[in-house]
Design a protein around this ligand. Structure first.
Ligand code: PMP
Length: 421
């Protein structure tokens, strides 16, 4: 693809300064200079519908969050070694969204750190070290967490203590107990290698596994299986949390389970780096007695102000309900397209977390998926793909998306599918 000279110049400069581990999205990389609501604006002033970004879930630059950050930054930013009310207000508000058994909060800056901390706590609480994850899971970037993030690919060695289970199938593909049976088998494999399990950790919408919402309930037998083996059940809510699924504030709630640890991040600060975990008092006891936890920026005053503002906006603007309603509209639109376009399978998802497979003659079509993602980008609509076979369209508009934007998405995808052979 021939790129504009300015794009070429930025790419070259980036390679020189940042090195090869940084990857750009799309055949024709984008350079944004501004964002508002569901829209991103590039250097030439062109507007793109952001149907991919689940960080700025309230819309880009939401004024209430911007004001909260600015006000706190202009007043004081300090850390958890001093008394401050913001972190306590935030912990109270977050814990109120969670089951009563989860009654302690710990704050970090990133989802990776939250999962890393979950592992440390799980090891201390169980005396085990084994970790069970799904085949194409992503949980983060620290050395320990990358070892249980198989979606990073062959370049990252999975840890000796890691066992993989297949992601749960589509509704009807297996019984409710299928995932639990797979977890039991993974526990047995760990045991044969002399490893005691510390935790089963899953993204409760199985996003990087290709978005696997159902059948709701299949997590319960899996949670029971890991607990029976002495390990913890950790819900990674970095993707589904904060009302995205519409059906619950947290993804695990769709399954009627109570995790031992809930990790969270991404949309928690609407773009400001703030993340953390919720846990029960008894489980964090062993860890807390033997070590201190100080994270310089985790739980700083500005991050807490940002996260408090996010919770307030979700409540004030009824965004969980909007996610449910707009999600249903989007699913209906996509279902209509799948009736007319042979490549597009019926969509699956909950709220505004949606996946739709691209298949040709029944087989996953990675090339066509990439063509559709890049075709949408050329038409000014942003999504990406996921799944073991890289053939699932990953669709995650912000929670504030409106009916006109949803319809615009469906019309644009219709046009792009028309052009993909
Ligand atoms: N868990 C899941 C499910 C994620 O999707 C991600 C980020 N894509 C992470 C953890 C890591 O979060 P962060 O990038 O904030 O470290």
């Amino acid at each position: 693809v021939a790129l504009p000279p300015e794009t070429e110049r930025l790419i070259a400069r980036r390679e020189l300064l940042l090195g090869p581990a940084y990857r750009l999205m799309y055949d024709e990389p984008l350079h944004f200079v501004r964002g508002e609501g569901a829209w991103l604006i590039d250097a030439a002033g062109r507007r793109y519908l952001d149907a991919y970004n689940n960080v700025t879930s309230l819309g880009h630059c939401h004024p209430a969050v911007v004001a909260a950050i600015a006000q706190q930054a202009a007043t004081l930013t300090t850390n958890t070694r001093y008394l401050q009310e913001g972190i306590l207000d935030l912990a109270e508000r977050l814990l109120a969204t969670l089951p009563p058994a989860l009654d302690r909060m710990m704050l970090t800056c990133t989802g990776s750190e939250a999962n890393d901390l979950a592992l440390r706590i799980a090891k201390a609480a169980t005396g085990g070290s084994g970790v069970i994850v799904t085949e194409t899971a992503y949980h983060g970037i620290t050395d320990a967490v990358a070892q249980f993030s198989p979606s990073l690919g062959a370049a990252v060695d999975l840890g000796m203590q890691v066992e993989l289970v297949p992601a749960p199938g589509d509704p009807g593909a297996e019984g409710d107990a299928g995932f639990g049976v797979a977890v039991q088998a993974a526990v047995a494999r760990l045991r044969r290698r002399g490893i005691r399990p510390a935790m089963l950790i899953v993204d409760t919408m199985f996003t990087s596994d290709g978005v696997r919402p159902g059948p709701a309930g299949f997590l319960a037998p899996a949670a029971a299986a890991i607990r029976q083996a002495g390990g913890l059940f950790v819900a990674d809510e970095v993707q589904p949390g904060f009302a995205r699924t519409g059906e619950g504030f947290w993804g695990f709630q769709r399954h009627g389970v109570v995790p031992d640890i809930v990790t969270m991040g991404k949309p928690m600060g609407n773009g400001h780096p703030v993340a953390g975990l919720a846990i029960g008092a008894a489980l964090v006891e062993e860890f807390g007695r033997n070590t201190r936890y100080f994270n310089t920026f985790g739980g700083n005053s500005v991050s807490c102000a940002a996260a408090l503002a996010v919770l307030q906006v979700i409540a004030d603007e009824g965004l969980q309900d909007n996610a449910l309603r707009m999600g249903a509209r989007l699913m209906a639109g996509l279902a209509g397209l799948s009736d007319r376009h042979a490549l597009l399978s019926p969509p699956r998802g909950a709220g505004l977390m949606i996946g739709a497979e691209i298949r040709r003659d029944g087989h996953p079509d990675r090339a066509a998926t990439a063509a559709i993602v890049n075709g949408l980008r050329r038409e000014g609509v942003l999504i990406s793909s996921c799944g073991k076979d890289h053939n699932v369209l990953k669709i995650r508009p912000p929670l504030i998306v409106g009916p006109a934007e949803v319809d615009h998405f469906v019309e644009t995808l219709d046009r792009v599918l028309e052009g993909v052979q």
